[in-house]
Design a protein around this ligand. Structure first.
Ligand code: SF4
Length: 272
């Protein structure tokens, strides 16, 4: 009898433990399922609700104003069908004759070398190669993809323009930029305003030099006089196509101009 009671008791315990284990397993399984669903819902929700950055909102506004060019690029299409970017000189070419690219990252490769295969150290120089078409996806991510591609073609230029429009862009005179130079570039501090004016006129010109609009002066009260007034006007399309453009702004002399100043100071002048 004692044996039977012990057996009955231990088998009831075993059944109870088994039932508890089973319930715990169901609970854990249920929780796992809940977290998987929660994570999936959260990522799809955040992808749909991802707010557009202020640069993307500004970009949409500039496009809505009819500014369809930037530097040497023309932007076609729209957010629904997907934006298309190409060299403005290829705007009338049949698309089948152009090499097709599909990702914003392709812009980095297109912008890297000129038509002769030389590296382009100055992305705003008017030597972007032709013969390609960058066709981006339409839909919710269209403006983001366009912004990314434009940032590869013309780094930081959209953000610079937005800061300028918000009166938050710091503009540095050339003299201040040169004052900060050290090492092998310290010599550039010695350039006279007149010589700097000459060099800027040939190095920064939109005709073969650089498509940026200059915002700085040589020093306070000393303007660059060797370039036309349009070179300093953000409303002017520096590519001279006559179309409305998103301007590329130069808020501070680039290191290529500083290097050019150094080179000029080191080289003997013909008239000396
Ligand atoms: S200083 Fe400005 S305008 Fe001149 S070449 Fe450099 S980026 Fe262009």
């Amino acid at each position: 009898m004692r044996v039977w009671v012990a057996f009955a008791f231990s088998s009831r315990q075993r059944i109870g433990v088994r039932a508890l284990t089973c319930r715990a397993q169901h609970f854990i399984h249920g929780m796992k399922l809940f977290f998987v669903c929660f994570r999936a819902l959260r990522s799809s929700f955040s992808a749909q609700m991802k707010p557009r950055s202020s640069i993307e909102q500004a970009l949409e506004k500039w496009l809505a104003e009819g500014r369809r060019q930037i530097g040497e690029l023309v932007i076609c299409g729209g957010a629904e069908s997907g934006f298309e970017i190409l060299h403005y000189a290829d705007a009338s070419a049949a698309h089948r004759d152009l090499q097709l690219f599909n990702t914003p990252q392709a812009a980095r490769e297109i912008a890297r070398f000129d038509v002769a295969g030389n590296f382009r150290p100055l992305k705003s120089a008017p030597n972007l190669r032709r013969g390609w078409l960058l066709k981006l996806r339409g839909g919710d991510d269209a403006t983001r993809e366009l912004r990314e591609a434009l940032d590869f073609f013309y780094p930081a230029m959209l953000g610079t323009l937005l800061a300028h429009q918000r009166d938050a862009l710091e503009i540095t005179p050339l003299r201040e930029t040169l004052r900060r130079q050290s090492g092998m570039y310290a010599v550039t501090k010695r350039i006279s305003n007149e010589r700097a004016n000459e060099l800027i006129g040939s190095f920064c010109t939109s005709r073969g030099g650089c498509l940026k609009t200059i915002l700085w002066q040589i020093e306070s009260g000393v303007s660059v006089t060797t370039l036309s007034r349009e070179k300093f006007d953000p409303s002017v399309n520096q590519a001279s196509t006559g179309e409305q453009a998103i301007p590329l702004l130069c808020a501070e002399a680039c290191n290529l101009l500083v290097a050019e100043i150094r080179r000029a100071l080191k080289a003997p002048r013909n008239d000396e």
